[in-house]
Ligand binder design. Structure first.
Ligand code: ABN
Length: 577
């Protein structure tokens, strides 16, 4: 049976013409072909991820430069699977050769927690006698256990349990009615769940108990909002119409818009991945970025009391920004003329799944692009700007992250992340002192201080792969007022410091100098300024990682210790951010 299915699937993969672009995410039939190969060889494993094993950069650059004659990079899949006994395996499958080329047991590490992993915890929590006992202690009778909910988070690290067990910490809540917001009724204890044995192995109970709050529920569902007076109705409609259609063209997953050319990929972890971004500068196709993605984020919470130190979510690496992506709907999530793309994943049983309309591509008016009035005769030149937005939205338990990759006509690339959803909350007693670690946002509800730190991975290709990174600070010129070199004291300039090692490049934002960073091609000079062509990285007004050096979050969130890190990439003499 397995063999028949494999033959059928690999036949389907081969029969699809033309072949997928090497950056394209795996299709459902490719995922199924990979699963069949692994099943045939290794039997009953649970799949955690099957996604594109991206072509190595050197090979891919050679193919992009000369797709007619350079060898086409092999189509490979990256596989993460959990074998019986919780044995985590990492594999690579060559889809062209229909061969498993790597299969490694990786003890001591855990892959991310999938939505399926998350969903089973609540059922087990509700039936666990020790959890029921804790609920009764804080005022929830056992008949009401169906009103008890949990957001299972990965445990991250807890020295009591080691790293070989696949554990989740269940953040507990209560909903008087199924549509009420559970974040109004946080519970004060935290069960620890073992995903392998499907058992609650421990419960963290605070020394001071916080009985279930008696405050009125909050309910954000439309019916409930209607009962409370309804939504605002004093807004007149805004219609977005593009009577002649959109101004971008799609060729498979490659988008062409206003001289920009971009491959739009997607994976379970990062969500949108943009590759081979070029700009056609009056007929000269200039490479700009090889790859852009939101690679990780960390959300440390600031309450030092046990066990809140464990509350620091890595929402991409621990849960998957792609796996948590929403199916978007026209008129609500996206307005106007939309091009949607679906996303394909594997489930635990090895079946392929699809999230319809996972990526939204559309244009928006961008206000004024350029304006100048000649004050002499009031002659005015004004042009209207347009932007291209490539977006997806993912739900990480309480929060929604709306990720917008925005391309502008002036060459700017902007990553805009909008946070919405509901705050993560913890219980507090009436009159309890939050000690400044949180804010009472509703009776009995303590919203702990937290940060959202995003990790943007930038692989620049500014007029070619040989790029250098400079730190740029706005500083005053030397020389005292009255001196020959700075007589009136008004000298200032952009001080550029070249980074030569990864250590030097570990740098932070400086509000005093308005620090930015330049990714430059020093072999190509602007004809007028005679300075290297570059892209400026702007990341500002963000406090650094607030958890202390040497502490748990600091150890785990290496990327967040500094605003910018620069490392050399696989090609010799090339750096990426
Ligand atoms: N923010 C932590 C998280 C994300 C997804 C699911 C559960 C918990």
């Amino acid at each position: 049976m397995v063999l028949d299915r494999l033959q059928q699937l690999t036949h389907q993969v081969n029969a699809t013409a033309p072949p997928p672009h090497p950056f394209d995410p795996l299709s459902t039939s490719e995922i199924e072909a990979v699963v069949a190969l692994i099943r045939k060889e290794y039997g009953n494993v649970n799949f955690n991820a099957v996604s594109l094993y991206e072509p190595r950069k050197a090979e891919m650059m050679a193919w992009l430069a000369d797709p007619e004659t350079a060898p086409r990079p092999a189509r490979k899949a990256d596989v993460v699977a959990i074998a019986p006994g919780g044995k985590v395996h990492d594999g690579i499958v060559d889809l062209d050769q229909k061969k498993i080329i790597q299969w490694q047991h990786t003890p001591g590490v855990q892959p991310l927690i999938t939505m399926e992993d998350l969903q089973e915890v609540e059922h087990i929590v509700r039936k666990d006698p020790k959890v029921i006992e804790q609920c009764e202690i804080i005022g929830i009778p056992k008949e009401d256990m169906h009103k008890v909910y949990c957001d299972p988070w990965t445990i991250g690290y807890d020295e009591r349990f080691g790293t070989d067990v696949r554990l989740q910490q269940a953040l507990m809540y209560y909903r008087p009615h199924v549509d009420d917001s559970q974040y109004t009724f946080p519970l004060d204890f935290c069960p620890i769940y073992n995903a392998e044995t499907k058992q609650i192995i421990h419960i963290d109970i605070p020394p001071v108990r916080r009985p279930l709050s008696k405050a009125a529920p909050n309910n954000y569902h439309p019916e409930s909002v209607e009962k409370e007076g309804g939504y605002r109705n004093d807004l007149k409609p805004i219609n977005i119409t593009q009577p002649e259609g959109v101004s971008f063209k799609m060729d498979g997953r490659i988008i062409d818009w206003q001289n920009w050319n971009i491959h739009v990929g997607f994976n379970y972890r990062e969500g949108i991945v943009l590759n081979n971004i070029t700009y056609n500068d009056k007929g000269n196709v200039r490479p700009v970025f090889y790859r852009l993605s939101l690679a990780e984020m960390v959300v440390p919470y600031g309450n030092p009391e046990h066990p809140h130190q464990r509350k620091h979510a890595f929402d991409l690496g621990e849960y998957g920004g792609g796996y948590m992506t929403n199916s978007l709907s026209l008129g609500c999530d996206c307005k106007g003329a939309i091009h949607y793309m679906d996303a394909a994943f594997v489930n635990r049983a090895g079946a392929s799944t699809i999230v319809k309309n996972a990526i939204c591509i559309h244009e928006e008016d961008a206000g004024i692009l350029y304006k100048h009035t000649d004050f002499r005769d009031e002659s005015i030149i004004v042009t209207r700007g347009r932007k291209l937005v490539i977006s997806h939205i993912f739900t990480a338990a309480n929060y929604e992250y709306c990720v917008y990759w925005i391309f502008h006509q002036d060459g700017t690339v902007q990553l805009d992340i909008k946070l919405t959803g509901i705050l993560n909350t913890y219980a507090m007693n009436p009159g309890e002192d939050t000690k400044g670690w949180g804010t009472e946002v509703y009776p009995g509800v303590n919203a702990h201080n937290h940060q959202h730190l995003f990790c943007l991975r930038v692989d620049p290709n500014i007029d070619g792969p040989s790029n250098t990174v400079f730190q740029v600070d706005a500083v005053r010129g030397p020389g005292e007022v009255g001196s020959a070199e700075n007589k009136y004291g008004n000298a200032f300039y952009a001080k550029k410091t070249k980074y030569t090692t990864p250590l030097e490049a570990m740098s932070d934002y400086d509000g005093f100098t308005g620090r930015t960073w330049e990714m430059a091609n020093t072999n190509k000079l602007n004809p007028y300024s005679k300075k290297p062509v570059c892209y400026k990285l702007v990341s500002r007004e963000v406090p650094p990682l607030l958890p202390k050096e040497g502490g748990l979050v600091w150890k785990r969130a290496g990327f967040a210790r500094h605003a910018v890190h620069v490392t050399k990439c696989e090609l010799p003499h090339i750096w990426h951010l």
